[in-house]
Design a protein around this ligand. Structure first.
Ligand code: ZN
Length: 419
């Protein structure tokens, strides 16, 4: 299970994931299509299929080659992610054997959810502040990197946890934790306990790490990761701020997650999803936000990821968008992102319903500065305006999946000045 240290400091850190050794072997699970492009970087050891029939390759590589593999994926396939990673072959094989993606994509999810919480969502939507999104992206992109194997990767995760905790001051129904077994870097989890259906869990997630695809496991690499994915963490943070400042109490339990080590094989999210599966946690729906702040040219505002996602949940996302965002003049489209392109794939593999909303990008469907030192607010016009839309979407998702039990009165529901 995920052994989380309650205060993030006491007790010995327990790391079971890949060590920092740049020459340590790493076993990746990737699609056969991606494998064809990275054959010079890894040695294939098995060719299984997942539960959907997708031809996969399990390949052995080294930690210092993961940057080159990431660079291949983003340069040739115009996306991030692209593989799951494991410290040994047996774990990689067990992962593929236990895959539940087919079940997760087809299972009935949220079918009984009517859109009946306009009272809460309508109150929240006008409260999104671009300046606060900007401030969070700015803070996170000023670490030299948030690489999973660097000290910056750890301190930035600790900052997110402390910041989220500060937003929940005075709330005894809100807890935060660092998952110290998720990777060499901790994942961050904030939980708001549900009042009526505490065992039904709604997840909102984004990855907190960053990578520079041109450096080889260098802990001092320059990887600001403003769009990828400080923008997603900022989207979650502003969503959380508005809900808590409103004194909102959910009917279902809600977990906000900042995932470790997405860029090196979806390690943080996979550790959490597998741990939840092993302990029978009933996650009823997962929203993934990975890159929310880049838009260039005549493109739609948001793209629903079509693959490795739950069908009911995708339809629910469309209904949410058309109900709450389309009336504001926003537009949507669909796109596929390939095998293991972001953390929703970890939940899908573990059997849970997950879906992802992705940024507009440029007319070619991509963000030109991904995994480079130029992934900064400067190359996004010194603005967080596109993340405003995703925060509105996340608020609609939060209100209509977790539902409203009531509001805390006389509590901490005051708006703090912008930092
Ligand atoms: Zn990303």
């Amino acid at each position: 299970t995920v052994r989380a240290r309650a205060d993030g400091r006491r007790g010995p850190p327990t790391t079971t994931a890949a060590p920092d050794d740049p020459f340590a072997p790493v076993y990746i699970v990737t699609s056969d299509a991606t494998w064809q492009g990275i054959r010079g970087l890894a040695r294939g050891v098995a060719r299984p299929r997942d539960s959907t029939g997708m031809p996969l390759v399990i390949a052995e590589t080294r930690a210092d080659r993961l940057g080159d593999i990431s660079r291949y994926v983003h340069e040739n396939e115009r996306r991030c992610g692209g593989y799951f990673a494991f410290p040994d072959r047996a774990q990689a094989e067990a992962f593929v054997r236990g895959d539940r993606a087919k079940l997760a994509m087809a299972k009935s999810a949220l079918a009984r959810y009517a859109l009946d919480n306009q009272a809460t969502v309508g109150r929240w939507l006008p409260q999104v502040q671009e300046q606060r999104l900007y401030d969070t992206i700015n803070h996170l992109s000023r670490y030299r990197n948030r690489y999973y194997a660097s000290s910056h990767g750890r301190t930035s995760a600790e900052w997110i946890r402390e910041h989220w905790q500060s937003l929940a001051a005075g709330r005894s129904d809100v807890t935060t934790e660092l998952c110290s077994t998720c990777s060499t870097q901790p994942s961050v989890i904030l939980t708001i306990r549900g009042w009526d259906l505490p065992d039904e869990v709604v997840v909102l997630g984004a990855h907190l790490d960053s990578i520079n695809g041109s450096t080889r496991n260098d802990p001092n690499q320059l990887a600001p990761g403003a769009d990828d994915d400080a923008s997603g963490i900022a989207t979650l943070t502003e969503t959380l701020r508005i809900a808590l400042a409103d004194g909102w109490q959910p009917r279902r339990t809600v977990k906000f997650m900042g995932y470790a080590a997405e860029e090196v094989g979806l390690r943080g999210s996979n550790a959490i999803a597998q741990s939840f599966r092993a302990s029978g946690v009933n996650v009823v729906s997962v929203l993934q936000v990975d890159m929310t702040n880049y838009k260039s040219g005549a493109v739609t505002d948001m793209k629903l990821i079509s693959d490795y996602s739950n069908t009911d949940l995708k339809n629910f996302f469309v209904t949410l968008f058309d109900t709450y965002l389309a009336p504001m003049g926003l537009t949507r489209s669909n796109t596929a992102c390939g095998y293991a392109c972001s953390d929703h794939a970890s939940w899908t593999n573990a059997g849970y319903p997950a879906a992802m909303m992705f940024e507009a990008g440029d007319p070619g469907g991509s963000f030109p500065y991904i995994h480079t030192p130029y992934d900064t607010l400067a190359t996004m016009g010194e603005s967080a305006q596109h993340s405003v839309k995703f925060t509105q979407f996340a608020l609609a998702y939060l209100g209509e999946t977790a539902k409203t039990r009531g509001r805390v009165t006389g509590g901490p529901a005051q708006v703090l000045p912008a930092q």
